[in-house]
Design a binder for this molecule. Structure first.
Ligand code: SF4
Ligand code: SF4
Length: 187
């Protein structure tokens, strides 16, 4: 993974390389992961936790504020480069969840995964899920925001458990040192 080691990598080439590695891992090990005794139950728990988080964010109004900010005000924070918050392991988790990646960046200047209906991936990095800005804290009561953060905890804990398990299995199966699968590759 050459671009992971570059000081100022091109964000598009970097995410394309990470996607290619995740696709290779999925092709080689996808079936083994889905036959693993521990992984499928965790994946389903994660999928449910994402739904519960989405419902809480919908009820609290955080999605609405992000919609108004992105679509009506033309701002939004899903900017180019942020796709690289996704590590190879998060991308691999998306493949195991049945997500297909876009071939190219659809909206210039925006995250590689932004589409007309919002984010195209299901397993999103922590920064994408647990980032709330001043707009939220001025429009939504503090107690509600604290509740949303508490609900998100389940999803984010499962994300950590899942990516740790994916990494542990890959290390066991391949015997390789796979540290780069955990890196974002920019900053
Ligand atoms: S988090 Fe804040 S800046 Fe980002 S899209 Fe939502 S409202 Fe806009
Ligand atoms: S939420 Fe999705 S579209 Fe937005 S920055 Fe994160 S990965 Fe990209």
């Amino acid at each position: 993974m050459r671009y992971l080691r570059e000081k100022r990598p091109d964000p598009t080439r970097l995410i394309e390389e990470k996607i290619a590695v995740a696709e290779d891992l999925y092709r080689l090990w996808g079936e083994s992961f889905l036959r693993d005794p521990d992984l499928p139950p965790l994946i389903e728990a994660y999928r449910r936790a994402v739904e519960v988080s989405n419902q809480a964010m919908g009820e609290a109004g955080t999605f609405r504020e992000c919609y108004l900010c992105s679509v009506e005000d033309g701002q939004g924070c899903c900017k180019i480069g942020l796709e690289n918050e996704c590590t190879v392991l998060i991308l691999l988790l998306n493949r195991l969840l049945g997500v297909n990646f876009p071939e190219e960046r659809e909206v210039p200047g925006r995250c590689f995964f932004v589409g007309p209906l919002g984010c195209k991936i299901l397993a999103r990095p922590m920064l994408c899920r647990d980032y709330f800005c001043r707009r939220h804290y001025t429009k939504i009561p503090e107690k509600t925001m604290a509740w949303v953060t508490a609900v998100l905890n389940e999803e984010l804990t499962l994300l950590y458990r899942l990516t740790s398990l994916l990494r542990a299995r890959l290390e066991f199966w391949t015997g390789d040192f796979l540290q780069e699968l955990d890196l974002t590759g920019y900053t």
